[in-house]
Design a protein around this ligand. Structure first.
Ligand SMILES: Nc1ncnc2c1ncn2[C@@H]1O[C@H](COP(=O)(O)OP(=O)(O)O)[C@@H](O)[C@H]1O
Ligand SMILES: Cc1ncsc1CCOP(=O)(O)O
Ligand SMILES: [Mg+2]
Length: 267
């Protein structure tokens, strides 16, 4: 499925609007571009409605959220809802401060968020499970990440992607695990942000959000494996650049090698 979705994505060239953090927007824009989607970042509330009228999906990344962007974020989310466009929420470091948690919970209460994509500690924090991270990194969780993701999906009635060495894609009643990629991926700040944007891009062509999320995880893993082939574990800087080349060169056949490692569970 992810193999043909990659071809469909490149043909459709979906426009992904990103309310990005100020750390990684260049990496995310280049990654979306290399994948075959069309990225646009915005920081003006005055254009939010016009942008979402032509967009295929919206990503709200809480990495550097602040009060002066409130009108922008809410106008984007209102316009996504009005145009029936999916919203992907990336709750960066949501367990680190009460402020980030308030933003995340408010958005989840007021909008039909389609997908939440975070690392283990972010998804654990959102679903009230124990986790030990202080910042943007994953840290340890006490519970099985698949159970945490499944609870979070039920709690917020949406698709949840808990990323890590194994990515867990949960919708209420269904959990899928995607394994692969490279240990160099978490060494690059912005790889999680990019995965969130890939999910938004695939949501424009996939039959449902779970399929979109599985495709995004599979494509990221395939590109990372391809990029890491000639590198060693101490080259995250080179890897970030080569990942862009690998995304551009990615073929559906290459993605098919990852699809073999998708496992499915039902509760
Ligand atoms: N140990 C790992 N081995 C392989 N891939 C990983 C590992 N940890 C994370 N990833 C991948 O890195 C990307 C970013 O995930 P993650 O590091 O969990 O997000 P974040 O950057 O938001 O903390 C995802 O594509 C995920 O599959
Ligand atoms: C370092 C940092 N600080 C706020 S947002 C951000 C980037 C987070 O990127 P990612 O979660 O994709 O590694
Ligand atoms: Mg992150």
């Amino acid at each position: 499925m992810a193999t043909s979705l990659l071809s469909q994505l490149r043909q459709a060239h979906p426009l992904v609007v990103n309310y990005a953090n100020f750390v990684t927007p260049g990496f995310v824009a280049n990654g979306l571009n290399a994948l075959g989607a069309s990225p646009i970042m915005t920081s003006a509330a005055d254009e939010a409605t016009d942008l979402m009228a032509v967009a295929d999906a919206l990503v709200i990344n809480l990495g550097t959220i602040n009060e002066s962007d409130k009108e922008l974020v809410l106008t984007l989310a209102d316009a996504a809802a009005a145009n029936n466009r999916p919203i992907v929420l990336d709750p960066v470091a949501v367990g680190a401060t009460a402020y980030r948690m308030r933003w995340a919970r408010q958005l989840l209460a007021d909008y039909a968020i389609s997908v939440i994509r975070g690392n283990a500690s972010e998804i654990a924090a959102l679903s009230g499970a124990a986790a030990n991270a202080k910042g943007i990194d994953a840290g340890e969780t006490a519970e099985d990440p698949a159970i945490i993701a499944a609870h979070c999906a039920t709690q917020y009635d949406c698709t949840v992607v808990l990323s890590g060495a194994t990515d867990i894609v949960a919708t209420p009643g269904r959990v899928v695990k995607v394994t692969g990629g490279s240990e160099l991926l978490p060494a690059v700040v912005g790889s999680g942000d990019l995965l969130s944007s890939f999910i938004a891009a695939f949501s424009a062509v996939a039959p449902d959000l779970q399929t979109a999320a599985i495709a995004a995880c599979s494509v990221m893993d395939a590109a990372a494996e391809f990029a890491a082939e000639d590198l060693n574990q101490r080259q995250p800087g080179t890897f970030a650049a080569v990942l862009m080349d690998a995304l551009t060169a990615l073929t559906p056949e290459r993605v098919a090698t990852i699809i073999d490692t998708v496992e499915e569970f039902h509760d």
